[in-house]
Design a protein around this ligand. Structure first.
Ligand SMILES: Nc1ncnc2c1ncn2[C@@H]1O[C@H](COP(=O)(O)OP(=O)(O)O)[C@@H](O)[C@H]1O
Ligand SMILES: [Mg+2]
Length: 266
């Protein structure tokens, strides 16, 4: 495994009013790997992602992107960083008044790309990656929920970022559509060499895509390791979490599936 770290959170603390959400979160996100961050609803997963792109500032602690410290940057400097970090928001809203093509072109135009031919090439390459080239002239409202999610994914990676943050990418999708998204996350990771951070409480998806897993609990990292570490963990809360999220039958299946869920690395 490469020891190179693309993003790093160091001792992050964040509170809102009387609610202490992050209470000393330190995490390394290794280059080219898929790290899945799990935890109960409301435990601070989205808050953590927002710190990584400077949408929220910590009370204490540091965020690093490569050798750049992120949490102290000005808004203008953050623009440079955000260009290299794709973000699939939990509510991945597309612009309803723009075609699929223009939705995906949007970040390119926003970052000053003017060459229409180049824009078209990039947009079509992304649509090809997500298997939706034929929808390029359609409006988002004409698409299914799963298709909209895929367009949002294409938009999140169109700037060819170094890192992509996915916030609950499979939530609300049926298992088949969720699997399409899982495959895309794996494909982006391989085809584009992207460092991926996936926040989810969908454990099937988590075990499907993860190289590394993190479990947040009460504002801290409770467990960090390989999917195998998680399957074998005997820690009470880890077990409760896994059981609570997927039910005993599914958990038995995840535990039993071992290698088939692990991702092969060259
Ligand atoms: N901007 C904000 N202002 C106040 N409270 C917030 C804000 N963002 C998140 N919170 C609170 O922080 C906690 C963690 O939220 P979040 O990170 O969205 O949870 P989740 O793990 O489900 O993604 C919740 O209690 C939420 O209400
Ligand atoms: Mg969330």
């Amino acid at each position: 495994m490469s020891a190179q770290i693309d993003m790093r959170a160091v001792n992050l603390h964040k509170h809102f009013g009387r609610r202490f959400v992050l209470r000393g979160v330190s995490l390394d996100f290794p280059k080219g790997l898929i790290t899945v961050v799990m935890g109960a609803s409301g435990c601070g997963k989205s808050v953590l992602l927002k710190h990584l792109v400077g949408l929220l500032r910590p009370d204490r602690g540091e965020v690093w992107f490569g050798s750049t410290r992120v949490d102290t940057l000005s808004e203008r400097e953050l623009g440079m960083i955000r260009r290299q970090i794709g973000f699939l928001f939990q509510q991945s809203a597309l612009f309803d008044s723009l075609t699929v093509r223009e939705n995906i072109a949007f970040p390119l135009r926003e970052h000053g790309m003017k060459d229409e031919k180049l824009i078209e090439q990039r947009v079509m390459r992304m649509l090809d990656l997500v298997g939706l080239t034929e929808t390029c002239d359609q409006m988002p409202t004409e698409l299914s929920g799963g298709q909209r999610k895929r367009v949002a994914l294409a938009r999140a990676v169109v700037l060819e970022p170094r890192v992509v943050l996915y916030d609950e990418p499979t939530t609300g999708l049926d298992p088949i559509r969720a699997e399409v998204i899982n495959e895309l996350i794996l494909k982006f990771s391989d085809a584009l060499g992207i460092t991926s951070i996936v926040v989810t409480h969908d454990l099937v998806s988590a075990f499907r895509v993860a190289d590394r897993m993190v479990l947040l609990h009460e504002g801290k990292v409770l467990l960090e390791g390989t999917p195998e570490d998680f399957r074998q963990s005997t820690a009470k809360f880890v077990n409760q979490f896994l059981k609570g999220e997927v039910g005993p039958d599914e958990l038995a299946r995840i535990r039993a599936s071992g290698e088939s869920n692990a991702r092969a690395h060259p």
